[in-house]
Design a protein around this ligand. Structure first.
Ligand code: ADP
Ligand code: MG
Length: 404
């Protein structure tokens, strides 16, 4: 591993260091509702502040359209970051304009500022390399060095992730270093049995990981919305549950490959089927091969794995030495359909080996269920990034930092 670390940047006292964080957190009514990603950014920020650097934090939030949009302001994040650091955070009302220039200019040694949402500027995510570079150059004026620590965005070739890291002396922060260490263990040297638990909404999002991990894992447990495409591929009816018809062939091929490789693909044997997609929907637990046999008939929607499956998944997790989990087992946002996700989270939090939770919604789910990040071996801050890493893809935001 040749990832450049902060040490490679030399003495940072009195120098302006731009830190690309991923502070893309959920905000409701102007308040941060899950501060996991802000907390994950603290070690690098504190380390730089203790060295007397002038820290300029940049991040995106949500998907504004390349122009300022008050709904996506990072201001509430500045507030929360300040509380967590126990220090003031100067907030600039723009990203590369006069406000940002003034805020950076006024920054003292060992102090920190946060600039407004990167994506208020079209150059950040532009497909045009020149536009990205021009925006990155405007950002680069604010720093003598750049630390990349937004693991959640390293799979993106975006101005603040890729071009900026080329314009300034750059290195990875400790969050990225930690993420890589753990994810590398999952692909290179996992202790066995190695179990991967996949759920979430779409199979198509996870096909690459399945393809890359099948030769490496011992068991693949399938829950969440994608389980129905698997059940259908086996010839079962799935009512009105989430189904990706166009993935049936691919899924059949995976089932076949798994059989050949001796990988156990574990599908649910029972499912909680609801009469509508809503929090208070009437629901029944049905056998996986008879999902249309309940009161709702073919209109039934599977919203969670059933209790028998949950117990089996928990057992298989408990008896594994390594587990990677991505994707909730059901629509955990509705408490009535959170039991499967809770059962897996509980088993994961108790298992003695390496337990890794990856994925934005999965991390949010375990926190919403009352778990803390340190209940698990590692909670990845990057959904897409951790999946692409596990798919064996090259990530531009890591390559630019010397990885691999
Ligand atoms: P992650 O962000 O962790 O990678 P995904 O984005 O793939 O996870 O999926 C998360 C979403 O999947 C959640 O919002 C959850 O409600 C949804 N989901 C889980 N099970 C089902 C299901 N049976 N039907 C529809 N949606 C589901
Ligand atoms: Mg998601």
């Amino acid at each position: 591993m040749t990832l450049r670390t902060i040490e490679s940047l030399g003495d940072l006292a009195g120098r302006r260091v731009i830190v690309r964080c991923d502070l893309n957190v959920p905000i409701s009514d102007g308040v941060v509702s899950d501060d996991g990603r802000i907390r994950a950014s603290l070690p690098t920020l504190n380390a730089l502040l203790h060295r007397g650097a002038r820290v300029v934090v940049i991040s995106h939030l949500g998907r504004p359209d390349g122009a300022p949009d008050a709904r996506y302001s990072l201001k509430p994040v500045a507030q929360r970051l300040s509380e967590l650091l126990g220090a003031p955070v100067a907030f600039a009302e723009d990203t590369v304009g006069a406000a940002a220039a003034g805020t950076v200019e006024a920054l003292e040694d060992g102090r920190i500022a946060l600039l407004e949402n990167l994506r208020f500027n079209a150059g950040e995510t532009s497909k045009d390399e020149t536009e990205r570079r021009t925006f990155a150059e405007r950002l680069a004026r604010f720093g003598d060095a750049m630390v990349s620590d937004g693991f959640g965005v390293v799979h993106r070739k975006q101005a603040s992730v890729y071009e900026l890291a080329q314009l300034l002396p750059s290195a990875a922060g400790s969050l990225i270093a930690t993420e890589l260490e753990v994810l590398d263990r999952l692909t290179e040297t996992p202790e066995r049995p190695y179990t991967v638990v996949l759920g979430g909404s779409k199979v198509s999002d996870k096909l690459g990981v399945i393809a890359h991990l099948l030769p490496r894992v011992d068991r693949l447990l399938v829950g969440g919305g994608m389980l129905f495409t698997f059940l259908k591929a086996q010839g079962h009816s799935v009512g009105a549950s989430l189904l990706e018809e166009d993935q049936l062939e691919t899924v059949r091929a995976y089932l076949e490959e798994a059989r050949e490789r001796g990988v156990e693909i574990v599908l649910p044997t029972d499912v909680a089927v609801a009469e509508s997609f809503s929090a208070d929907a009437a629901h029944t637990v049905l056998p996986a091969d008879d999902l249309e046999g309940g009161p709702a008939g073919p209109a039934g929607i599977g919203l969670d794995i059933g209790p028998e499956t949950a117990a089996r998944f928990a057992e298989l997790v408990s008896t594994s030495a390594t587990v990677f989990w991505n994707g909730p087992m059901g629509v955990f946002e509705f408490p009535a359909f959170a039991a499967g996700t809770r059962a897996v989270a509980e088993a994961l939090s108790k298992m003695p080996g390496l337990a890794v939770v990856g994925g934005g919604d999965s991390a949010a789910a375990v926190r919403a269920l009352g778990y803390r990040d340190d209940d698990f071996g590692h909670v990845s801050t990057g959904g897409g990034a951790s999946l692409e890493f596990l798919e064996g893809k090259k990530l531009p935001g890591l390559e630019v930092l010397g990885w691999p």
